[in-house]
Structure formats: structure tokens, C-alpha cells
Design a protein. Structure first.
Length: 417
């Protein structure tokens, strides 16, 4: 895995750019909510930051279609440049009257994350033989920066104010843009088909349905997400009622879980090189199930161990799905296939978060954890049990000329799988 960083100069730059931009992104999220709270004194106004940042995800299928029809590197450079300039508008925030500027910046962040250009561009940058290790390293560093960057962002805001935070956030986009601009990319040709708009936008969903392995991975993920959202409310009840801790203890739990995710990213990469994506995914669900069961206890050490297992299992799920999308979807379907996966899983998770909010008053938090553990085990069985054919690898322009990768063979539309 680390050999890829040592020998592939292009990937080293990708890794650097993703590390810097990921640090800046996650440092800003919490700080924007804190800033909104300071300006208005309202928890609702602060919480609105988290709602606004998720809203653009509803447009993911449209944005995925855009990503497949344009050059992705220029698109990303425009996005980074726009965000670097837009963040400077936060310098004008002085009172609650300017809260709308914070919300506008937050929405722009959400829109940027909903555009699957970064993930899609990797198909043209990373040879298929390196896809597992590249994705694993990027997941690992992404989880790693999330452990420290929110604390750094909040610390900078508390010590120096919003202006310092603004310059840091803007600077990370400038660095990410410079790093990306320095990478030579031979992109696949954008799709120029004349199919109807609705047909084009939904192409990612149709492709997933016609590839059994992808369909099963996403179906299992959606089933899991439809329940795991309960943890957003159950965790606070567990900390207060079960462990007898203050809500601030959640910060310790999040840090411990983040450490587990870093370890999980490395371990998932090692396993994924030797096993099918379905096996990697099933191991991840099993680890999460173990973690959820440990969280039923009222013992702090066991609860924290459960958080480690949950954090460790999640990268297995992410890596299995990301690798499958990278390898088996053609380059100019990467945006729409990724958007299809994120759309259905996000909708399911949002519904389960809402359900958790409604059920916490009538269900014991331990029952909610048990329900989530059962859902994780069911998803593990869903992807482990069936013997699914491995699709052929969709050739990438990043592959060597003698690459054995060929176009993915999928049944014609309307044919049974």
C-alpha cells in the first residue's frame, strides 16, 4: 500500500491535495456551526448549518450527470477557485444580520461534496491494479484528518476569531487547486450522447441494477443505513443514561471511533487485495455489529471498545463500494453510478435519523443498539451468502496499453440478471 505512495509521483500529489483539502473542509464544518451559535445564541440556528450542508445531496443524480459530460479536472479547479474566493466573504460577517453569509458558504460546501468529480477523476488517474490501495489510503487519511481538524478549527476560531479560520479554509482550497493543476491528466472523453435528459440522469441507477455485485453491495448498504441513523440519538442516551457521563463525552467517543477508522482503512486495504468486495463488505458489517453490541453495556471501557469496532468497520464498507464502482463502472458513468449509490443511502440514513428522534422517547436506547446490530448482521449475510459473478473490469485510460481490463459486460437493458 505504502509502495504506491513511494513509487507513484502522481498519486503522491493526489494524496497531498486530498489531505490538505480534507483537513480544511472538516475544520470548517464544526466551526461554522459554532460561529452561527455565537452570533445568534440559538442552537437551532447552529444546527441549521448541518442541515444546509446535506441539502445539495438531493441533487446528486443531476450533478453526477454533469460530471460525466464535462472535463473533470477543469471542473474541480473552478470549484476550488470559487470556494477559495467565496470563503473570503466570511470576513464581512460581524453580527447576526450577516448569518446568511455563513449559510451561503455552508450550502456551497454541501454542493461541492455533492459533485462526485473527485472520485470520478480517480478512474482516469489511477490504474485499475492500484485502485484498492489508492482508495484505501485516501479513506485512511480522510478519517485521520477528521480526528484532529475539527478541534484545530474550533481552537483557531476560539483563539483568533472567524477571520483567521477564513484564511485557513481559503488557503487549503488554493493549495488543493495548485496541487491538482500540477498533475498531468489524460481524461476519458466526456459523454456526448443525445439520449433524453431523464434517461441520462438515471443511467447510474440502471447500470447498478444490471450489475449484480454492485446492486447487492448497495442494497446491503441501504438496508444498513435505514437503521443505523438511530445511533445519532441513541448515543446521547447511552452516554447519559447508561454511562452516567456528560454529553461532552461524545467528543471522546468520536475521537476513539476515528482512531478505529484509521486502523480500519489500513486493514480494509490489506484484505481487499486478497478478497472480493462482497467479503470485505461483510467483514465490515460484522465489525460494526460487534461494536454496537458492546455499546449496550454500561461499562465505559467496553463502550469505547465498541466505538473502536464501529469505526474500524465503516472503512471496510466504504472501500468495498468505492473499489467496486471504480473497477466495474466505465469512466463516463463514474459520476452517475457514484451519485446513485450516495442518493439512495443518504435518503435511507436521513429517514432513520428522523425515526431515531421520534422513537427515543418510547424505545430504550439498548433496544435501538440491538436493532442496529441485527441490521448490520443482516447486511453482512446479504453480501456474504450469495455467490455473485465478478464483473469484468472497465478499462481506464490510466491502465497500461497491455492492460487486460475491458469494458464491463452487462446484460442489455430489460434482460434479466
Amino acid at each position: 500500500m505504502w509502495e504506491l505512495l513511494r513509487t507513484n509521483a502522481r498519486f503522491r500529489r493526489i494524496f497531498l491535495g486530498e489531505t490538505v483539502s480534507g483537513f480544511g473542509d472538516s475544520a470548517m464544518f464544526l466551526s461554522l456551526a459554532i460561529w452561527a451559535k455565537d452570533l445568534t445564541g440559538s442552537n437551532a440556528q447552529a444546527g441549521l448549518v448541518f442541515l444546509i450542508i446535506t441539502a445539495p445531496g438531493l441533487a446528486a443524480p443531476l450533478l453526477g450527470d454533469l460530471v460525466d459530460r464535462v472535463r473533470r479536472k477543469p471542473l474541480l479547479l473552478w470549484i476550488y477557485g470559487f470556494m477559495a474566493v467565496l470563503l473570503l466573504s466570511l470576513l464581512a460577517v460581524r453580527s447576526a444580520d450577516q448569518i446568511w453569509i455563513i449559510y451561503a458558504v455552508t450550502f456551497a460546501y454541501g454542493l461541492m461534496f455533492a459533485v462526485p468529480a473527485r472520485s470520478a477523476l480517480l478512474k482516469d488517474l489511477i490504474p485499475s491494479s492500484d485502485a484498492v490501495h489508492a482508495r484505501s489510503l485516501l479513506i485512511t487519511v480522510g478519517e485521520g484528518v477528521r480526528i484532529v481538524s475539527p478541534m484545530v478549527g474550533a481552537g483557531v476560531y476560539a483563539a483568533f476569531g472567524g477571520a483567521a479560520l477564513t484564511f485557513i479554509g481559503s488557503g487549503t482550497f488554493v493549495v488543493a487547486a495548485l496541487v491538482l493543476a500540477s498533475i498531468k491528466v489524460v481524461e476519458s472523453e466526456p459523454e456526448r450522447g443525445g439520449e433524453p435528459f431523464r434517461t441520462s440522469v438515471l443511467a447510474g441507477f440502471r447500470f447498478v441494477r444490471r450489475v449484480p455485485l454492485l446492486y447487492r453491495l448497495i442494497l446491503a448498504l441501504v438496508s444498513f443505513m435505514a437503521v443505523i441513523g438511530l445511533i445519532e440519538t441513541a448515543a446521547f442516551a447511552a452516554i447519559e443514561e447508561g454511562l452516567g457521563q456528560e454529553p461532552a463525552f461524545m467528543g471522546i467517543v468520536a475521537s476513539v471511533q476515528g482512531g478505529g477508522s484509521v486502523a480500519g482503512g489500513v486493514l480494509a486495504g490489506l484484505l481487499a487485495k486478497r478478497a472480493k468486495e462482497t467479503r470485505v463488505s461483510s467483514v465490515g458489517y460484522a465489525l460494526v455489529a460487534v461494536g454496537l453490541l458492546l455499546c449496550v453495556t454500561s461499562q465505559v471501557p467496553l463502550f469505547l471498545a465498541g466505538a473502536v469496532f464501529i469505526g474500524m468497520g465503516l472503512p471496510f464498507l466504504m472501500l468495498a463500494l468505492q473499489t467496486a464502482c471504480h473497477l466495474y463502472a466505465p469512466s463516463r458513468l463514474q459520476g452517475r453510478v457514484g451519485a446513485a449509490a450516495s442518493t439512495v443511502s443518504d435518503v435511507a440514513q436521513t429517514a432513520s435519523i428522523a425515526a431515531g428522534t421520534a422513537l427515543i422517547g418510547v424505545l430504550d436506547y439498548r433496544i435501538m443498539y440491538l436493532l442496529m446490530a441485527v441490521a448490520a448482521l443482516a447486511s453482512a449475510a446479504m453480501v456474504f451468502a450469495p455467490r455473485l459473478p465478478t464483473p469484468e473490469i472497465a478499462a481506464s485510460v490510466a491502465d497500461e496499453p497491455d492492460s487486460s481490463g475491458t469494458a464491463v459486460a452487462v446484460p442489455p437493458e430489460g434482460e434479466a440478471t
